[in-house]
Design a binder for this molecule. Structure first.
Ligand SMILES: [Mn+2]
Length: 381
């Protein structure tokens, strides 16, 4: 039969014989064909010999029923989990309440502190010889720098409290807290798998937030979470479904769960790549920064950043924009760029970033005069 087509009649006969419970050798003999030709065709058509043995039939029936029950149970379980994910992610998708002026009649100066934390890349190792700067990074150093970032926020808020009444803190978790394994190179420079990294990172971020809550006696802490481009499980960055593929976003959902008992804390970690907040009369925009197209042009990053901001302002006009991603700290009035935790490495050198110490960004929003007291938080010892 090899090389020969089956006629419709032959196929019909085959189906009939199989239906009757003929074994393959019997079908082959009845049709004058080889065993291989018959079994090959049956495979192609998805035909199976029905056992005529009543015991085997009962066993088969039972197995089918069991498989059906299991499928039903699994579908129900998936539905339940989906609902749970929906509920949990909705918790962090509620727009943040506006931070309002409280000192209306008094002469007290009032401000909200804004602190940016991003591009920690905690599990990515940097060796002394990687750049001429000699920056070194590993999990131990990452832990100390993270601690200094939270303590730095605490220090700066307390420092400015000499002149301002500061009740509210806007804290941004801006993404790329981890490096993940998106490039082959990450496998060689990584100190752990994505899940191991999350297990390391999560309790430290949570305790940092709690440190600020207890240390600063705040009326409110708005925790705004944007996921970065690094903590994903897909080859390329997805536009619409990026959150669902981001380990970081998953971690943010859990943060929202664990912090929901504290009425001072509001977590915003919706699945968008862009988050928004309102403080006094101003609108704030947060985005990790990976959608800004910068190819290392001589004009520096401000040209592509300004272009991106002009477009995003058409969608929703904001007074202050916050980005990370470029590992460069700057304050250009309406745009604040965050530095990094990892510090100067071969990536920074590759995009021709100017060398700078590992640092994060901080500023105050004065309730009447807007942004002031902008400063880096030095996280290196
Ligand atoms: Mn990035």
């Amino acid at each position: 039969m090899k090389g020969q087509e089956w006629s419709t009649k032959q196929v019909e006969r085959l189906v009939k014989l199989v239906d009757k419970g003929y074994s393959i050798p019997n079908v082959a003999a009845a049709m004058g064909l080889s065993y291989a030709a018959v079994s090959g065709k049956m495979n192609k058509l998805g035909l199976h010999i029905q056992s005529t043995d009543p015991v085997s039939r009962e066993v088969q029936k039972e197995q089918d029923a069991k498989a059906k029950r299991e499928t039903k149970d699994l579908v129900a379980e998936v539905r339940r989990l989906r609902e749970l994910v929906d509920v949990q992610s909705k918790l962090a998708a509620v727009p943040l309440p506006k931070i309002k002026r409280v000192e209306l009649g008094s002469n007290l100066r009032e401000a909200t502190a804004v602190a940016l934390l991003s591009d920690l890349h905690v599990e990515e190792k940097v060796l002394a010889g990687d750049t001429p700067i000699g920056n070194v990074y590993n999990l131990d150093i990452a832990e100390r720098r993270l601690g200094r970032a939270f303590s730095g926020i605490e220090w700066l808020v307390n420092h400015h409290r000499a002149a301002w009444k500061i009740r509210n803190l806007v804290l941004w978790f801006g993404g790329d807290m981890m490096s993940g394994q998106i490039h082959e190179e990450n496998l060689e420079t990584s100190d752990g798998t994505p899940i191991e990294t999350l297990l390391w990172l999560y309790p430290r971020l949570l305790s940092g937030v709690n440190q600020l809550l207890t240390g600063l006696d705040l009326a409110s802490l708005h925790l705004i979470c944007s996921f970065g481009n690094h903590g994903r499980d897909t080859k390329t960055c997805r536009f619409a479904k990026g959150a669902g593929h981001s380990y970081e976003w998953g971690m943010y959902q859990r943060l929202a769960q664990d912090l929901k008992g504290d009425s001072r804390v509001k977590v915003l970690a919706d699945p968008s790549e862009h988050q928004y907040a309102q403080v006094y009369d101003w609108d704030l925009h947060f985005h990790h920064g990976h959608r800004i197209n910068y190819g290392g042009g001589v004009g520096g990053i401000m040209i592509p950043i300004n272009k991106a901001v002009a477009q995003w302002d058409k969608v929703r006009h904001c007074d202050f924009h916050h980005f990370g991603h470029f590992h460069q700290y700057f304050d250009h009035g309406n745009v604040v760029g965050n530095g990094s935790g990892i510090g100067y490495n071969s990536y920074a050198m590759g995009i021709k970033a100017s060398p700078e110490p590992p640092q994060q960004a901080f500023y105050l929003l004065d309730s009447k005069r807007a942004k002031c007291c902008s400063s880096p938080i030095w996280v290196q010892e």
